[in-house]
Write a protein that binds this ligand. Sequence first.
Ligand code: SF4
Length: 354
Amino acid sequence: MTATQAAPTTGDVVLEAENLTKHFPVRRGLRDLFTRERKAVHAVDDIQLTLRRGRVTALVGESGSGKSTVARLMAQLYTRTSGDIRLHGESVTVHGGRKFRAYCRQVQMIFQDPFASLNPVHTVRYHLTRALKIHGRAGTNSAELEQNLRDLLLRVQLTPPERYLDKFPHELSGGQRQRVSIARALGADPKALLADEPVSMLDVSIRLGVLNLLRDLKERLDLAILYITHDIASARYFADETLVMYAGRMVEGGDSETVTQHPAHPYTRLLIESAPDPDRLDRVGDPKDAPADEGGGEPPSLIAPPTGCRFHPRCVHAMPKCSTEHPPRFELPLVDSGQAHWAACWLYEEGAAK
Ligand code: SF4
């Protein structure tokens, strides 16, 4: 039996992707001029994603798995090859101009690098004022603007606001810069936040503070948040639902506790086994304790992705069918949470030997 994405228990749908696909054409070399073949990087294929108010959905996978491409497609920064994106149930395609600004008012993106996302020659006041003005939320006079600027900084817990308003990015720590980036995104009063590895460039000691801030915003502002990360442990802590991507495809999904505590797909298990675990530290270096990976840890080429299940060259459970037929999503038995859990793996086909 195939399954749809895990059914959340709360929250209206804000943003959805259906069969979202993105192939980037590869520039033709001299040798290709004599062939009709048009190569493309299959960055993302057939993605189903639903973001709901007041919920965090984590998209987890290793570098190059297509997570950031999904975020950029959802932000309409890339045009999609096929599939649909719906905002509040309405299909949307924008290429810039007024329509793009209207879309950005509802869907904002937070980038990985807070150093690059703020202009070093402008102050915090400039960045936030610009965001408020672009989205028509600057107020009608300078007193209202000042109050709105203060409110934004208070919302991201940069207090007292007057200490930060006239600072330049280089005068702030990485965590403070990321908070300013989040405040700028909130300047639009969005309904959905797409956070692309928002803490991966921050010191470990301040990551938790930024994740707690995002969680607080989710609860207080009822935001739908897409949290992109390669750190599956943080997904368990922070996200309500976790989806796992491998080589441009989603391979497993369900509520975060189930996916991280009862992983079903061999790739999800590999991700979890590869994460540092204090209980295994005394066995580091022991080849018997290395996570099972037939492919030596190498992700496949996305110009000519493996046929069938894209994980089959690395999978220790691969069967003949795995290299020829793409596995659909199979619904898995419910565990404690009672929420839907699925995996795209032939091991879960009825009657398959596990
Ligand atoms: Fe492994 Fe086959 Fe499952 Fe893919 S479908 S993860 S190759 S068992």
